[in-house]
Design a protein around this ligand. Structure first.
Ligand SMILES: [Zn+2]
Length: 148
């Protein structure tokens, strides 16, 4: 499958097994927690899987794709990189962000450094217990880090 191709379904249960080649992540955990929709590029999944390979440990996703409605519902940032159903005027094709549970200090440091080295921007809030990883560089934004 070409890397720019989108995995795009109203319901993650309809994702064809042959089109999902990332065994460490499931369509269910990538899908919108509100609507069940999934819209993510093959390129993003490849990059996420590269982090997982380097990390060599499980990555538990607490949020990935979000429809605009669901993002509003959970008070996400209005122009969040999680948004999967709107290009936001910046040419975004599908979800470009995941939140990964990271409560333990060593794990969080490893995940942060690997994701950063792979071009991901990283947001954190230790109290909320996860790292936000996004590919804003894919829409021409500068790589960054931020505190919530
Ligand atoms: Zn996030």
């Amino acid at each position: 499958m070409a890397s720019e191709q989108l995995i795009e379904y109203e319901d993650w249960r309809d994702v064809k097994k042959a089109d999902w080649t990332w065994p460490n992540f499931s369509p269910m955990e990538m899908a919108c927690r509100g609507s069940g929709a999934i819209r993510v590029s093959v390129d993003f999944m490849k990059r996420l899987s590269q982090i997982r390979t380097h990390l060599g440990q499980p990555m538990h996703l607490t949020s990935a794709c979000r429809t605009t409605i669901h993002n509003d519902h959970i008070n996400g940032a209005p122009r969040s990189f999680h948004i999967c159903d709107d290009d936001l005027g910046r040419g975004q094709r599908g979800c470009l962000a995941v939140d990964v549970a990271a409560t333990e200090g060593y794990y969080r440091g490893m995940l942060f450094s690997i994701a950063w080295a792979q071009g991901f921007s990283v947001g954190w809030n230790a109290k909320r217990g996860f790292l936000h990883l996004d590919r804003r560089i894919d829409v021409g934004w500068r790589q960054t880090t931020f505190d919530y």
